[in-house]
Write a protein of this length. Structure first.
Length: 257
């Protein structure tokens, strides 16, 4: 079985600065693997342990951040056998429909039986890439997968929890699944696997390699702005008698208006 685990590099949250106008400054933020995609990679590794003759390719699309050797070593140290990245300057700040279109072309080029995505990304969290990718490829496609019940060549049985019920679904491969954050706890790579990751093969593709035409911009990302922060009132009410409680309740009423 050929498994592709998709991942996205996102800015490290603690390195993000907020400008005076509310815009986010990510120029000094180090790239890291989207936390939701770590669950997708871990799911692929767990499946490989259950299936004979199974390989895992980690795959990502983006700009120059994908050339970061530390980020490459990070994903490969988590279990994939090799890495395929599609890099182009114009792939910076892609929207979901664009990412799905490029992943489709890359997946068709490498071949696959199963593609695993995270349910969303920590920056946009649109929860659309996996769904659109499956639709573009014309294969079985399901999101919010919370458990892999069984796997065998040509077939996968999964579980997903909805608001009022739990579904058990059988998918005929090839297929695309998007896994929820509670499907597993991603393994922390050991020093041995980190060192071994440097020897794993990396394939670098460009837009020209995939013969991609211009992807129509269905929407335009205008800006990403941090919510305005309210000034703290610093009101402290001491005591627990009825008068103090009434005073506290009055402040709450004013704050909620």
């Amino acid at each position: 079985m050929k498994i592709i685990t998709c991942y996205k590099l996102v800015p490290e949250e603690q390195d993000i600065a907020i400008n005076a106008n509310g815009n986010l400054d990510i120029s000094k933020a180090a790239p890291k693997i989207n936390p939701f995609d770590l669950c997708a990679v871990e799911t692929g590794v767990q499946l490989k342990s259950l299936i004979d003759d199974c390989s895992i390719t980690a795959m990502s699309v983006g700009g120059k951040a994908l050339t970061n050797p530390k980020a490459r070593k990070d994903v490969l140290s988590r279990g994939p056998d090799d890495l395929t990245v599609v890099i182009d300057d114009k792939f910076e700040q892609l929207l979901p429909h664009q990412t799905a279109r490029i992943l489709m072309a890359a997946a068709q080029k490498t071949g696959f039986d199963l593609i695993i995505c995270g349910d969303g990304s920590s920056d946009l969290y649109a929860q659309q890439v996996g769904l659109q990718l499956g639709e573009l490829l014309g294969v079985a496609n399901i999101n919010a997968v919370s458990k892999i019940i069984s796997a065998e060549p040509g077939k996968l049985i999964v579980e997903r929890a909805l608001d009022n019920e739990v579904e058990v679904l059988e998918l005929v491969l090839p297929a695309v699944i998007s896994v929820s954050a509670d499907i597993n706890e991603p393994t922390i790579p050991s020093m041995k696997t980190i060192l071994a990751a440097a020897k794993k093969p990396v394939t670098i593709l460009s837009a020209a390699d995939l013969a991609l035409s211009d992807i129509t911009e269905l929407v335009e990302l205008v800006s990403v702005i941090a919510p305005k922060q309210k000034t703290r009132q610093n009101i402290v009410i001491e005591g627990d008698d009825e008068q103090k409680i009434a005073q506290f309740a009055e402040h709450l009423r004013k704050a909620l208006k």
